[in-house]
Structures are given as structure tokens and as C-alpha cells.
Design a protein around this ligand. Structure first.
Ligand code: FES
Ligand code: FES
Length: 185
């Protein structure tokens, strides 16, 4: 008997379970967009280069065009449709709106998902490639424009809206720090 080329999987997306049969080659991106009508996540390059398809898998940034849907079973997936909380925009979404962190908007869902994770990664003390002092005891480095640019560098914007995108990330990060009781830079 020929081996099966499809499987039934249950995906946990934005707190809801979705059970569907997928070809084993189906990417998470195509499952989201083509099977579940979650079209907020965008397809740009379809080869892991542009970041338009970024979602959060167990809180970590993931380019969904390189993740197989069958490998995402049992993980917590958050798409741009799921980052708002309690009917209110996520602070990152609000900052993008307030500071015009987009032009055509195509890259924006991926930028927002990345920014949500960047702020959490930074607060948790994760260094980046431009962090001077990477010792754990040094704590999170200042979230300088250079740090933001490096940490967001996996998300390309063909419109070149990088300046307001970086400002929006900085504002949302400052709000998160203020909310956590730290001084706003
Ligand atoms: S569509 Fe996935 S990285 Fe470009
Ligand atoms: S806003 Fe158009 S690609 Fe980024």
C-alpha cells in the first residue's frame, strides 16, 4: 500500500482549534491562507527571505512559508488576527497606526508579529548581533534604533517605511516597559 501523503491535524490558532486534512507538503502559510481564510498573514517571497508571512509559534517568530502545517500541530500559533486583546488593538498595532508605520500595508502583518516578539525577546534579555555586552548579568541592552533595526531586519518593506516602523516599535516597547513598572527611555 502506498504511504499516505496527507494527515489530519489540529492546529491551535489564536486560541481556537482547527482540525483539517492537509497534504504533508502544505506549509503553515498556505494552511492559514488557503484553508482557514486567515489571510492577514501575507505571502511575499515564499522562500523565507522577506518576513511577510511571520507568525508566532509558541511565542517565537516563525516564517510560516518554511514551516510545514503538520509540524505545527500541538504548538500555539498566533497570527496578526490574534494579537489584539479584549477587543483592543495591541500596543504595537496602535503604534503602527499612530505613527504611519506602513504605506501599502502588505508587509505590515509580518512586521507587527515580529515587533510583538522583538519587544518580548528584548525584555527577556536576549542579545542581538549588535549588542555590545552579551553577558547574561548585563541584562537587556538599551533598545536603541540600531538594536531595533537589527532585530527587525528579517522583515523587508518594499515601500521603505522603515523609519516609522522603527519608531512604532520603539514607542510600543517604551509603553511595555512603562507597563512593567520601568522608567520609559
Ligand atoms: S513569504 Fe515567507 S519569508 Fe517571504
Ligand atoms: S508598507 Fe508596503 S511593503 Fe511595507
Amino acid at each position: 500500500m502506498a504511504p499516505s501523503t496527507s494527515s489530519t491535524v489540529t492546529l491551535d490558532i489564536n486560541g481556537e482549534k482547527h482540525t483539517l486534512s492537509v497534504d504533508h507538503r502544505t506549509t503553515l502559510l498556505d494552511a492559514l491562507r488557503e484553508r482557514l481564510d486567515l489571510t492577514g498573514t501575507k505571502k511575499g517571497c515564499d522562500q523565507g527571505q522577506c518576513g511577510a508571512c511571520t507568525v508566532l509559534v509558541d511565542g517565537r517568530r516563525t516564517v510560516s512559508c518554511l514551516q510545514l502545517a503538520v509540524a505545527a500541530e500541538g504548538r500555539e500559533i498566533t497570527t496578526v488576527e490574534g494579537v489584539a486583546e479584549g477587543g483592543r488593538l495591541h500596543p504595537v498595532q496602535q503604534a503602527f497606526l499612530d505613527l504611519d508605520g506602513f504605506q501599502c500595508g502588505y508587509c505590515t502583518p509580518g512586521q507587527i508579529c515580529s515587533a510583538v516578539a522583538v519587544i518580548e525577546e528584548h525584555a527577556a534579555g536576549w542579545p542581538s548581533a549588535v549588542t555590545d555586552d552579551v553577558r547574561p548579568e548585563a541584562g537587556p541592552p538599551p533598545l536603541t534604533p540600531e538594536e531595533i533595526r537589527e532585530r527587525m531586519s528579517g522583515n523587508l518593506c518594499r515601500c521603505g517605511a522603515y523609519a516609522p516602523i522603527a519608531e512604532a516599535v520603539a514607542r510600543a516597547a517604551a509603553q511595555a516597559r512603562a507597563g512593567a513598572g520601568e522608567a520609559v527611555a
